[in-house]
Design a protein around this ligand. Structure first.
Ligand SMILES: [Zn+2]
Length: 196
């Protein structure tokens, strides 16, 4: 039976590498596959892993119906990179792809944004996925990292828009303890800045 699978992790958790390896396994067994990613990521038509592997993909817009996109293609498994940027409706469309078209859907992405809140796509995946797996990564202190901290000009920041396209190098993965320590420092520095 096909399944909707959600694999989440913070930055640097090898999500795209995991996606590409699983895609490769399916392909070598003779299954047709498709890799999709939201257009919000500026690096369109390719998925890249930091460990140096890449693959062509199809990009889709926020208003695109993923069910009709996938229905037209003869595939057995679909892989979504950066699935946190899918809309609520698109995650539901992917659930229908699993249930009605009997196609496996693997979603890879972040759980939370730089302010530690769920993304729209991540939230709906937690609600609907058949299987959920956390891909591990480690903080500089050695703890398990689960947060994505945003840096601007080398300084952590906890304010701003949820999505900054192509700004990936401004994020560092942290454990919860280190993240909140940085947030406390940020808040006290911001108070001082405002007081001056
Ligand atoms: Zn830490």
């Amino acid at each position: 039976m096909a399944k909707l699978i959600y694999k989440f992790g913070s930055m640097g958790a090898s999500k795209t590498a995991n996606l590409l390896m699983t895609n490769y396994n399916y392909k070598t067994q003779g299954f047709g596959t498709l890799i999709l990613k939201p257009e919000i990521d500026t690096r369109t038509h390719q998925v890249f892993s930091r460990i140096g592997i890449e693959h062509e993909c199809l990009s889709f817009s926020r208003d695109q119906d993923l069910y009709s996109t996938i229905e037209r293609l003869n595939v057995h498994a679909v892989f979504i990179d950066e699935c946190q940027f899918c809309t609520y409706e698109q995650i539901e469309q992917l659930a229908h792809v699993v249930d009605d078209l009997k196609i496996y859907v693997f979603c890879y992405g972040l759980r939370t944004d730089f302010q530690s809140h769920l993304f729209e796509g991540s939230k709906r995946l937690f609600e609907l996925a058949d299987k959920i797996e956390q891909l591990p990564s480690v903080c500089e202190c050695g703890n398990k990292s689960i947060m994505n901290e945003r840096f601007i000009n080398g300084r952590p920041t906890f304010e701003g828009e949820q999505i900054e396209c192509g700004a990936e190098d401004k994020y560092i993965t942290k454990c919860r303890k280190c993240y909140f320590e940085d947030q406390r420092k940020f808040k006290s520095e911001t108070c001082i800045d405002k007081a001056i």
